[in-house]
Design a protein around this ligand. Sequence first.
Ligand code: OSB
Ligand code: MG
Length: 373
Amino acid sequence: MSAPELTVERVELLRLSMPLRLPFRTSFGTQTHRDVVLARVDCGGVEGWGELVAGSGPWYSEETVGSALVLLREHIVPLMVGASFSHPSAVARLLAPIRGNHMAKATVETACWDAWALAGGESLAHVIGGVRDRVPTGVSVGIQDSVAQLLDLIERHLAEGYARIKVKVEPGWDVEPLAAIRERFGDIPLMADANSAYRLNDASRLQQLDGFDLTMVEQPLAHDDIADHAVLARQLATPICLDESLHSAALTRHALDLGACAIVNVKIGRLGGHDESRAVHRLCVERRVPVWCGGMLETGVGRLHNLAIASLPGFTLPGDTSASKRYWEADIIDPPVTLAADGTVAVPGAGGIVSRLDRDRLSALVDGRESFS
Ligand code: OSB
Ligand code: MG
């Protein structure tokens, strides 16, 4: 394709709060809504959109909506306004001097990819290396008040067609619910996500999960650990997938070299944007390590970015790229993301995220707007 040169003329940050249809409980807490920040990057004639995926508090990672807004206002957006780029990788390089704060950076980095794809008349998925127009999709099911409730919810999701079930676990909500799922639903594709709820001396408890033939157990140990996961991996038959611990392609390489994980969860926000996500994908393809696209309860904007990255060839496992209605009464994109009966979701085509925005719904929800030029 032609490589358009774009200049960032203006960056807008929009704030909105969206109630989740159901509270989402993990080992680190219960979420009832999302405080969303969207970035609109105006490149004169084309615009790109990105979403901040940080939580309201520092429970999944150190970053929060508040910390990201400070970084965006004081450090990230000032570097962006007036900057020109002929390829979005230049944006990642421009932001590289800012350490950490990956979710804050990804908010605008992803928006620049979206604008650049639009300017070139291509789909975002195509320009980042996607090869599929539909991707298999699973669903992440939170901790419930009872096993009966959990089974009901899973039954509904299986009837909708989801290609795999991921259940959140923590000590005391692990062996019993997983045994009940296997008993009720047989050999469905099943995995568990602990969000760092265990310690290395819980290894014998985690060994009990080996009886359930899980595709993987995600992030059993500390959010910033790689070394203990490598020790644990040698004591488990179930493959370990890392989520929280992996913030870059380099850290992913260290984790793979140490044997800390056999599967990698790619989250664009955690990695700082599409550029680093592609680097993680390249590494994992080279090493024949399966990757899949995680989720952060995104609105349609972040969801379309996730679906684009999930269309790359190495994403061989179903992602947490569920349909809009699994999260929202009404999404901010139109049409919303929907699940087909075969368990797949469509990858967005050309036209940019801007062409999918539900402008009326968005204006009704936005309760704060800052503009930088
Ligand atoms: O650990 O994957 C996680 C949601 C918020 C924060 C962390 C996680 C999750 C999920 C939900 O599991 C994934 C989704 O459906 O967006
Ligand atoms: Mg996870």
